[in-house]
Design a binder for this molecule. Structure first.
Ligand SMILES: [Zn+2]
Ligand SMILES: [Zn+2]
Length: 241
């Protein structure tokens, strides 16, 4: 299993950039975690849109789902042109109806599900500490390889517990240590490091990065709390799990 960084900006996309979107590939299965602004443009640097099996949305802030409706239209057009046979599977919080698009996209809700599968991948979710209903997402393949993507969240004690099976943690790092506690519902690089250390993952990717300051400093901030590998999210980088 591997994950490719499609979008890693917080709040809004930088020039030619994208907000939250991470392509998880496991054998033939291709799933996008979040579908932020600019993401389906950048996704096409890696796969054709018709190849995507599913999308899992962490929460309904625009920087995490802004391109979803465009992706639904792309799916319809690819189906009309007979490029795509199966509907796109879309999971998210809330109601199924808002994720379903005619017969082209099959919406599903997290509600009432301990886990769900798309292709060879199993997904579990954990309710975060954020301004609206938002989830961390755990992805496990049939070989037991496991990653967690936090979506958006403030630090909470159950988060490292949720991440214990994972070797890779993709954690939001929206602010610097000097801002800790100022931006409710988001973590600093240091707090992401605390989650990584407590959970025992091997590798931490810092993402959902701010547009100001020196983001390289966040790596040092995370390393003050975490002894494993710390990587700053970079467009188009692919990390093996
Ligand atoms: Zn958010
Ligand atoms: Zn966000």
């Amino acid at each position: 299993m591997n994950v490719t960084i499609i979008g890693c900006d917080g709040a809004y996309p930088r020039v030619n950039g994208a907000t939250s979107a991470y392509l998880v590939q496991d054998n033939e299965t291709k799933v996008l975690l979040d579908c932020g602004s600019g993401s389906i443009s950048r996704l096409q640097n890696h796969i054709e849109l018709k190849e995507l099996d599913g999308i899992v949305i962490s929460h309904y802030h625009a920087d995490h789902y802004a391109d979803l409706e465009c992706m639904q239209f792309a799916t319809m057009l690819d189906t009309f042109e007979k490029k795509r046979e199966n509907p796109l599977v879309i999971y998210g919080p809330g109601e199924e109806q808002m994720l379903t698009y005619k017969n082209f996209c099959k919406g599903n809700t997290f509600k009432g599900k301990e886990s769900f599968t798309i292709g060879s991948l199993t997904f579990e979710t954990k309710l975060n500490k954020h301004g609206i209903e938002a989830y961390s997402i755990k992805v496990t393949n049939e070989d037991g390889e496991c990653l967690v993507y936090t979506g958006d969240t403030g630090y909470y004690d159950e988060l490292p517990v949720f991440c214990e099976e994972a070797s890779l943690l993709i954690a939001e790092s929206s602010c610097y240590e000097y801002e800790r506690g100022k931006l409710a519902g988001h973590m600093t690089g240091g707090e992401a490091g605390i989650v990584a250390e407590k959970s025992g993952v091997n590798t931490l990717i810092l993402t959902h990065l701010p547009h100001y300051g020196d983001v390289e400093k966040m790596v040092d901030e995370a390393k003050q709390f975490f002894n494993g590998e710390v990587i700053l999210a970079r467009y188009d980088s692919c990390i093996e799990v």
